[in-house]
Ligand binder design. Sequence first.
Ligand code: ZLV
Ligand code: CA
Ligand code: ZN
Length: 395
Amino acid sequence: SASCVDGGKRRVSYYYDPGIANVDYGEGHVMVPRRVAMTHALVSSYGLLPDMKRLRTRPATESDLRAFHGASYVELLRSINPESYRLNLDQAKTRAEERGVGRVKTKENGDNYDNPVIDGLWDYCLSYAGGSLAAARALACGESDVAINWSGGMHHACRAKASGFCYVNDIVLAIQRLLARFRRVLYVDIDVHHGDGVEHRFRREPRVMTVSFHRYDGVFFPTTGEAADVGQGEGLYHALNVPMKAGMDDEGYLNVLFRPIMARVMEVFAPDAVVLQCGADSLSGDAIGGFHLSVKGHAACVAFLRSFNVPLLLLGGGGYTINHVASCWCYETAVAVGKEKEIPDDIPYHGYEHYYKDQGYKLHYAVDKKNGRKDVSGLEKIKQDALKNLSMLRP
Ligand code: ZLV
Ligand code: CA
Ligand code: ZN
């Protein structure tokens, strides 16, 4: 069975652009790209870099982005900066806000600063998109079994609109690249939010199956992703959604839902490549998520999909308690190279160690057990809904 082939080594590629340390969404914004620099510093000081091939790659190009994004949206991202936006040069304000960039007024919530006009926006987009494209190429050419880009995973961006802290959808670009080489691509999304942008792009595409596990209660962003949302036309039943209430813990998430559902997905869809968005906002103690996964629980999703020995692309995503995020993605890097049992729990000195005081300088921080899952009975129903949708996949 799948888990028998686990233990083995994999050829792993890894993308990291140090420029990410200087990307700033603004004071008070929950998205802190420096968490990727923290992850890298941890990965490096745990001695994991020699086990991977570093992807030294050019940034994406304007034409790379055009493979998914609209021309005038790409032009907007390329030309806008805080100064032109503030001075409203060339109607910069209106053009941006119509496309979700900058300060956007919404009916329900007043002003929305989710996707601010930031310094270095264009370079940031080209960097993280370039990383995911390079990672996809490493898998497509057969050079790697696993490829990692923790700065990617921006699953909400649309063809011509920014959404949920995401400007460019590197996941869509990477999957499109994988489709040139692989017949069927599976997308799995364990970010606490619904992977709406990726699902929407491929909703009619039978060669792509999208599966998102997320918090769903009618108000939690982006409010889509109910179980009845199953794809359209040729892609009917190639979208699968697993909506959950707040409070999910390892036991319910992994044993009741993730492993049984993903085992069936691997069986019926039989993908030739897997893309896993590893949003770390589903971890316990996240500033906005509301789930209660431990680092080991989150990483068990990575280990489970890795065990099928299908080319695997690992991407980042959300994650708003940045010490937890870095702990998680560092540990998942260790899982990718097969060294998770070898790295000590004590956080090594690496320049960011002071961020880990609240977790006692341990990689595996303590999860608050008593705030765990409340709706035990609801989970069986969620699983049955998912398995029923999956049973429709091959009539
Ligand atoms: O983790 O926001 O709820 C991948 C990802 O999935 C909203 N945004 C928007 C839509 C209208 N509302 C309210 C506007 C709020 C603007 C400021 C925050 C500020 C401080 C702390 C938290 C938030 C916030 N914003 C929390 N949730 C939101 C969501 C967007 C969530 C994106 C998740 C992205 C990277
Ligand atoms: Ca998700
Ligand atoms: Zn998220």
